[in-house]
Write a protein that binds this ligand. Structure first.
Ligand code: FAD
Length: 386
């Protein structure tokens, strides 16, 4: 970038999900002035449930059976490996425990056909150098007795951890404030980009800054004032989840369990989260009977004892999805950056995304490893020329 650059610029961040907050915290920790604008939960009819709040918090870099884009895999690993230091720094600054649990993840096969697929995934990950172990049916039963009647084999991933995303959001908000940042509960209706300093505005307010970061999750492309050619092509993919608790308060599982039917996430509180549906229904709010039935059916198929557990919470959120399944991270012009489209991996990818955007603003350029995700790949002119 050719512009003169202040070492402590003022940055306005649209969106207070994990992506916007992580970026804001990273910048505030490096001495920048930051303002985060977020409409807040349930502020609108129909709710605006951030994906981050709804998330399961899996830092699942290696659970895929199918090959993943190379650059994406590298970014997932980079971000996953950054999580322990990120969580430690966040807890030390905010005083809020974020429950990073390091028991690892089991990817379990529930049928003979799935065992064959799991063997293929194991071989592929072995070739990639992924730390993993193969668990036979007996190994699984010893490691997780609750899976004794369902899992025929499993891949154990010792480095794929989990975190409590709701605690992370609280910690990030506190940490930003402690570094002098401001979080404003406001709805931004539009942005003004045709001036020296970009500006966000809403009903009766406006906020201008040296830089503007657009990180409004699945809603990022709704903003007026963003040129049509650069609207991030993000769509909502709804996810429903629920949580269960055993009547005796006991814990059903020690590890995250990932299967073709869904996943189970044991929390320190004894709750087990059951996730998640994946629905192309726009911003249709609410949990549905069908969604809950499919989650409970899957959960009981994996751990039959869940049939006797109490359902203690149900919820939903909207994942920000892109056409190629990859995030959109990078400059839009000399003063505006986009960070959205993290789809199923926004919790996992938050530390790396924050690192990339902070480096872009403070050092003038994006790091090389994030270049495959820049927004130009969707520009309408480029797409039309293809
Ligand atoms: C059910 C479910 C389970 C998931 N599980 C996992 C998981 O285990 N691991 C993982 O890595 N990822 C998971 N994800 C995906 C992950 O949650 C998302 O990728 C991530 O949270 C996206 O973060 P974000 O900050 O971009 O968006 P969001 O968290 O949606 O935040 C965007 C924020 O911007 C605000 N906003 C938008 N527009 C405006 C406006 N105009 N004015 C003011 N505020 C605005 C919204 O209110 C919202 O608070 C899951 C998602 C769902 C739904």
């Amino acid at each position: 970038m050719s512009l003169s650059r202040s070492t402590t610029p003022h940055v306005a961040v649209l969106g207070g999900g994990i992506v916007g907050l992580s970026i804001a915290w990273s910048l505030a920790a490096r001495g920048c002035r930051v303002d985060v604008v977020d409409v807040g939960r349930h502020a609108r009819q129909g709710g605006r449930d951030s994906a981050s709040w709804a998330s399961a918090g899996l830092l699942a870099a290696n659970v895929n059976d199918e090959p993943v884009d190379d650059a994406m895999r590298r970014m997932c690993l980079r971000s996953r490996d950054a999580w322990p230091a990120f969580a430690q720094h966040l807890e030390a600054t905010s005083g809020v425990p974020v429950e990073l649990r390091r028991e690892g993840t089991l990817v379990a096969a529930l049928s003979p056909a799935e065992v064959t697929r799991l063997e293929q995934a194991y071989a592929r990950h072995d070739a990639l150098g992924t730390p993993q172990s193969w668990l036979t049916r007996d190994d699984v039963a010893r490691c997780e007795p609750a899976l004794a009647h369902s899992a025929l084999a499993a891949r154990y991933l010792p480095d794929d951890h989990q975190v409590d995303p709701r605690a992370v959001l609280v910690a990030l908000r506190d940490a930003i404030r402690m570094r002098g940042g401001v979080i404003r509960t406001l709805q931004a209706d539009s942005v003004l980009l045709d001036r020296e300093r970009p500006c966000m505005r809403g009903d009766g307010w406006y906020l201008e800054a040296d830089y503007l970061v657009l990180s409004g999750g699945a809603w990022t492309q709704e903003l007026a004032g963003v040129p049509e050619a650069w609207r991030p092509p993000v769509r909502p993919v709804k996810g429903q989840m629920l949580a269960v608790e055993m009547a005796d308060g006991g814990s059903l599982l020690q590890h995250v369990v990932f299967t073709s039917r869904g996943y189970l996430v044991p929390r320190a509180s004894g709750r087990v989260l059951v996730g998640a549906t994946s629905e192309e229904c726009g911003f249709t709010p609410g949990v549905t009977a069908g969604g809950m039935a499919s989650l409970l059916d899957a959960a009981r198929g994996i751990v039959p004892a869940i049939g006797g557990a109490r359902v203690v919470e149900t919820w939903f959120g909207f994942r920000p999805a892109t056409a190629d399944g990859l995030p959109i991270i990078g400059w839009r012009d000399e003063r505006v950056l986009t960070a959205t489209g993290h789809f199923r991996n926004g919790i996992l990818l938050a530390p790396a995304t924050a690192e990339a955007i902070a480096e872009a603003i403070l050092e003038g350029d994006l790091p090389d490893w994030v270049r495959p995700f820049t927004p130009e790949r969707f520009d309408s002119a480029l797409l039309a020329a293809r």
